[in-house]
Design a protein around this ligand. Structure first.
Ligand SMILES: Nc1ncnc2c1ncn2[C@@H]1O[C@H](COP(=O)(O)OP(=O)(O)OP(=O)(O)O)[C@@H](O)[C@H]1O
Ligand SMILES: [Mg+2]
Length: 272
């Protein structure tokens, strides 16, 4: 059964899509069967994985969720999952997903619709990565209900770190009341400018604010214009320029992520 990892922060532009798409790429490259759910109406993950016009897509995560809401049968996964050359299977999205919050309004168990979808593909993967939209609300509650863990990218700037407290509140409520297995893998500092006063101060603030509550990944992703340039070629930075400092940092971040996974497995075995 797949581990479901949500890349989440309600603040926009903090590196969620860059992190989700790159982590999915690296997991697939390292031999893990990996799916990536684009759970943002902006469709950025779909675009990075080669979809040129998201609004021409016939089946998206939104249409799949609509079918679940209406209790209609789902199409066969092979008919809509985009199989990419690098081995990542993508469940794409487009702007129709902006209607999801409204469509869930009067639905019973509305916070469980994404779980019901994810359950239909969970047996086929080791990892399912979810690239989240930049807002809280019912769609994000759906993500927290079906995820095993959350990675929280945050830009190394004061204003980007301020939304984290709100996210943590939602996390604690959901973990306590509904999804007891949910955990936070860590805060990932992105778009970092090492050796600047700003960077040092933001790191210190995060350490002070979250030490003992939420882990912070040791690896920081440096700012590099090449990360944005890679998108022009529908690639992640690790595929586009593997020697770029941001690509090297993402490889290290994937090592750290997998080390957490291994520790958990060992703990589960020890308990078992
Ligand atoms: N390490 C980096 N260095 C430089 N630019 C980056 C880096 N990571 C991401 N970017 C660029 O910054 C912008 C925002 O990144 P990204 O789209 O990953 O953020 P996001 O949190 O997913 O945004 P949104 O909330 O809009 O979905 C994009 O143009 C992306 O290419
Ligand atoms: Mg995004």
């Amino acid at each position: 059964m797949a581990k479901v990892i949500a890349v989440m922060n309600e603040k926009g532009g903090v590196g969620k899509s860059a992190t989700a798409t790159t982590l999915a790429y690296l997991l697939a490259k390292r031999g893990h069967k990996t799916a990536l759910i684009d759970f943002d109406g902006q469709g950025h993950a779909s675009i990075i994985y080669g979809v040129k016009n998201t609004n021409k897509l016939e089946v998206t995560i939104n249409t799949l969720l609509r079918k679940i809401i209406e209790d209609e049968p789902l199409p066969e996964p092979d008919s809509y999952i985009l199989k990419t050359e690098c081995g990542v299977d993508v469940i794409p999205s487009n702007s129709q997903l902006f209607t999801l919050e409204r469509n869930l309004c009067n639905v019973d168990f509305r916070e469980r619709m994404l779980s019901r979808y994810v359950d239909t593909i969970k047996d086929s993967y080791q990892y399912i990565i979810i690239d989240c939209m930049p807002q809280m609300g019912t769609p994000m509650i759906n993500v927290m209900m079906c995820a095993d863990s959350i990675i929280v990218p945050t830009q190394a700037e004061l204003l980007s770190t301020q939304g984290l407290t709100e996210l943590l509140k939602h996390y604690q409520t959901i973990r306590k009341n509904s999804n007891h297995r949910l955990r936070i893998d860590g805060i990932l500092i992105t778009m970092d400018s090492p050796n600047t006063i700003l960077s040092a101060q933001v790191h210190k603030l995060l350490e002070q604010g979250f030490a003992g509550k939420v882990p912070i990944f040791k690896t920081h992703i440096p700012r590099s214009i090449k990360v944005a340039e890679a998108v022009l070629y529908h690639k992640t930075i690790c595929e586009f320029l593997p020697d770029n400092p941001a690509a090297i940092a993402y490889e290290r971040f994937a090592d750290e992520f997998l080390a957490i996974e291994r520790t958990e497995e060992t703990e589960v075995c020890a308990v078992g």
